[in-house]
Design a protein around this ligand. Structure first.
Ligand SMILES: [Zn+2]
Length: 290
């Protein structure tokens, strides 16, 4: 990243693939597929950046509708703030696992307990189906002044081909899928945003163009914890602490059965951040748009 960029200009973080993203190959494989490398095409910034026009409704992440959404990996590399982000995936296959009794929970309450107990700020990227499955947990997230709510699609479908084996959404359904999810999450109030994360971080110019009418910011993240399907907590902690820097956006999961070690890793992550003088903050604060 260019260190000369102005921290207040979020549009400056719309960029080419970041050489720092050393662990991108293990990001968010989703429930169905093995890890692979996420195809990612980053757009050239449009002339109307987020700072050029006031966001509709003033929500963090809101951009001017009709322009290609900016794709953000991290905030300014100054200061000491970092963002803990937790994805709440939910697919039809996962719902079947719940209904059949094969899986007990895709909502890791131990993570939420810890964050609340310690007063730690975090941002939750919610799928619409997860919200429908866990309305009480969603209410709890929305009620916390420390938590921001963001959008992770309705049913965690792939927005590009070859995205960790996730079933693919039709192009004509992309806009509605994401718009519906904003509506579902909005019903819970709390700290709403126009931040959006693609399943598996898989996106291309077509997907971005389909979301242009929604006036959002795409948030990928620069620190991939690799927590999905982890069998031990130490590698998660190492992946985070080895790569975290001021302004980092850390990708974690709150999906319990599909990320069963995250709650064990979290206390070690928090301790390691504190040792490094880094402070978890809401995504809007880390990206400089609060
Ligand atoms: Zn996901």
């Amino acid at each position: 990243m260019n260190p000369l960029r102005q921290p207040e200009d979020v549009g400056a973080f719309v960029d080419a693939p970041d050489p720092d993203r050393t662990t991108a190959a293990v990001v968010d494989p989703g429930p169905d597929g093995p890890a692979g490398s996420a195809p990612s095409v980053r757009p050239v910034p449009t002339e109307a950046g987020p700072s050029d026009s006031p966001p509709p409704g003033g929500l963090p992440g809101a951009t001017s509708a009709g322009t290609l959404p900016p794709v953000v990996d991290h905030g300014p590399r100054t200061g000491n703030k970092v963002a803990l982000t937790f994805d709440a995936d939910m697919t039809d296959a996962m719902r079947y696992q719940l209904r059949s009794g094969a899986v007990r929970s895709y909502a890791n309450l131990k993570i939420i307990d810890l964050l609340e107990r310690e007063g730690v700020a975090a941002t939750f990227f919610l799928t619409g189906k997860w919200v429908e499955q866990y309305p009480e947990v969603t209410r709890r997230l929305a009620a916390s002044p420390n938590f921001e709510l963001a959008n992770h699609t309705y049913g965690h479908l792939a927005f590009t081909g070859d995205c960790y084996g996730l079933p693919r959404i039709e192009r004509r359904k992309m806009t509605g899928d994401v718009a519906d999810t904003f509506d579902i999450v909005a019903g819970y109030g709390g700290r709403q945003t126009r931040y959006f994360r693609f399943p598996g971080l898989c996106h291309d110019r077509t997907a971005l163009a389909e979301l242009a009418p929604l006036g959002l910011t795409v948030v990928d993240g620069d620190v991939v914890s690799g927590d999905p399907f982890a069998t031990a907590w130490r590698p998660i902690v190492r992946a985070v602490l080895d790569n975290v820097r001021p302004g980092s956006v850390i990708v974690l999961h709150v999906t319990e059965a599909n990320a069963p070690m995250t709650d064990e890793a979290l206390p070690h992550i928090l301790a390691g951040l504190a040792e490094r003088g880094l402070e978890p903050a809401a995504l809007s604060e880390v990206l400089g748009t609060a």
